[in-house]
Design a protein around this ligand. Sequence first.
Ligand code: MN
Length: 211
Amino acid sequence: MNDCYPFENTPLNYSFEAMEPYIDSKTMYLHHDKHLQGYINNLNSVLKDYPKLQNYSLHQLISNPNMLPAKSRTKILNYAGGVFNHRLYFDLLANTAKQEPTGELLTAIQNPFESFENFKSEFTKSALSVFGSGYAWLVVSRDCRLNIVTTPNQNSPCSVGLYPILTIDVWEHAYYLLNYNDRAKYIENWFNIINWSAVELLYFKHKVNKR
Ligand code: MN
């Protein structure tokens, strides 16, 4: 996956149909090839004028808002966030049998949330609470604790020093074709296609970086 300018829309590592019946193939196609592509085009277009920023990774672009030129800061954060957030969302989907985390990640979830079921219900509540467009996230904070946060639009928890290990896009384009306005149904479906192995890898990667 290319991680600096010029950004390219790398293909998904599964087919558009792969998440059926939980997410329909048309939604996956439009979401990846049209919505994400739009953010990539806009990001490349704004970075054209800033050669210094062209060496920055997506994570660097969204993690240090203050080093961005004031004139284009909002645009860069919106577009780079749009690419980073969507890539993470797509990377953490898998239509496989593993429906729950295990091992150390499960313990880390049980610590603040008591049980996986309770985490699921808290996460669902948060995802439903996003007013308009945005995301719900499971993040690791600086002290290595897990927490649920939400962000509006294409804002990212990385901009405030949090490390996301799971996310759901709750913009209507992520679910409207299949679920119309029923965001709760979409969230329930999404819980069947979380790639918990990939979430675990992100969690461990972060733990190692902290040492
Ligand atoms: Mn989206």
